[in-house]
Design a binder for this molecule. Structure first.
Ligand code: ATP
Ligand code: ATP
Ligand code: MG
Ligand code: MG
Lengths: 255, 255
């Protein structure tokens, strides 16, 4: 079972869109995939028609002292072989409930260990904030995917995400590999081209060699609850995510 | 002193951009304004050149048991009469440190009371997550500004923000007025036009009567650390924020 987390403390950079569009082609190709929504705002759950405020069971329950079997928290999406553990707004209360002493940093690791035989791939969508939810996702994944917009503030904010990673690596005692993905790239904008050049200079070993273009059809896809990579595989954004998936699989299996 | 908070649990909808571009014209017109950065990721602080990871003092210190004088946490920006209380990454630890019993929901209210004579306007930029930081901002403001993108997931997510507000109103014992601002609006996209129509139907009394258009010059402005409303007042996005400010002042002073 290969586990990826998608995270960035900057909001609105394409975390949920990335999660949806790299998992869907794998499910379409017959691989069993699990999506884990760790964002209390639940965009990933909403995407597939599960309103966070009205889901019965959610990732929140993993953190209870008497946690249920993780299999019982999973629902099927409309896409064959693509299952989801939905989020609920209660996730936002976990930081306050869990003081650092309780060592609740490995809850997701333990839950996924129980699902090891059931899924080939797991993708964890994170909220745009550092806390117990993101820490759990970073502890559970083998590679972190960091979507980032090619603009000044997002790139400045990336430094914080990389520092957070350094903190987590220190606690883990090993280095978590990460891949930075330029998203919503509009090559006609001078600021985007300049920011992209800055990214290449600053993170030469962790930056994916292509970009995800700005493509309005992502919005149409989310309205229909369908991943763009399945709805319209020839759309520019869908082609780019297929290429990203190929790169990620190559890195995962070659090393 | 008039206090506004800018919040939405959805990330990347234009919270920081809105905070910058409605405060700058007021400072330019000679009114003393304070920006309070409550986002641990610190986009607002980065915008004005104060890197959150290296600021000396920040809004975090307000929450310490021996809190310093709020005046000592304020820095001047490059814009005359526009001051800033910067954020630091430590803000992300507050939820874990403060259990709900400690009643730390009025820290910002108390701090702003001490600044009452110094500033005419205060704008609080919030992180994209519900927690002690957002609760403090909602308690301290007289009106909440909710930027939202005109797309399916953002509008679905708005329901959660409005439910959060209902919870806070219950605790406050009074209704916090709020204004929803459609941001990054691209009238050539069918999904945007449809989503905008949904917004009008769902929130007829709280939706601003105009939209902030998608305008790439916001990115250039953030790269220069200058509010677009000052850098290029004739840009489409700047004109829209001037109009928004006029509407907000009218609502504030007429009622
Ligand atoms: N490549 C792209 N081109 C155009 N629009 C995009 C692209 N990627 C994402 N979007 C749109 O941008 C918005 C934000 O994307 P998304 O919700 O995936 O970001 P996020 O990082 O998950 O946000 P949050 O911080 O709230 O979790 C959505 O409306 C989405 O449809
Ligand atoms: N009207 C607009 N037109 C085009 N781009 C915009 C507009 N408003 C904001 N942006 C850009 O969109 C990105 C996100 O905006 P911003 O950082 O203000 O959102 P936010 O809600 O504060 O994000 P976060 O959830 O991370 O705090 C920035 O790159 C900004 O320059
Ligand atoms: Mg998301
Ligand atoms: Mg912001």
């Amino acid at each position: 079972m290969r586990v990826f987390a998608v995270a960035n403390q900057k909001g609105g950079v394409g975390k949920t869109t990335t999660t949806v569009n790299i998992s869907a082609p794998l499910a379409f190709a017959g691989r069993r995939c699990l999506l884990v929504d760790m964002d209390p705002h639940g965009s990933l759950s909403n995407y597939f028609g599960f309103a966070p405020e009205s889901v019965g069971s959610s990732t929140y329950q993993l953190f209870l002292n008497e946690a249920p079997d993780p299999k019982d928290l999973i629902v099927e999406t409309a896409i064959d072989k693509l299952d989801l553990m939905p989020a609920s707004p209660a996730l936002a209360t976990l930081d306050r409930q869990l003081s650092v002493k309780e060592g609740k940093g490995l809850v997701v690791v333990d839950a996924l260990a129980q699902l090891n035989k059931k899924y080939a791939y797991v993708f964890i969508d994170c909220p745009p904030v550092l806390g117990v939810l993101m820490v759990n996702a970073l502890a559970a994944c083998e590679r972190l995917i960091i979507p980032v917009q090619c603009e000044f503030l997002a790139i400045k904010g990336l430094m914080q995400m990389v520092r957070t990673l350094a903190m987590v690596n220190h606690a883990r005692g090993s280095d978590l590999p990460f891949t930075i993905i330029p998203t919503m790239f509009d090559s006609t904008l001078k600021t985007a081209v300049e920011s992209y050049a800055t990214l290449k200079d600053s993170y030469p070993y962790n930056l994916w060699d292509k970009t995800i273009p700005f493509d309005p059809s992502f919005r149409e896809a989310s309205e229909r609850g369908m991943p763009l990579t399945l709805l319209n595989p020839r759309a520019a954004g869908a082609i780019a995510y297929h290429q990203l998936l190929t790169s990620l699989l190559r890195i995962t299996y070659e090393y």
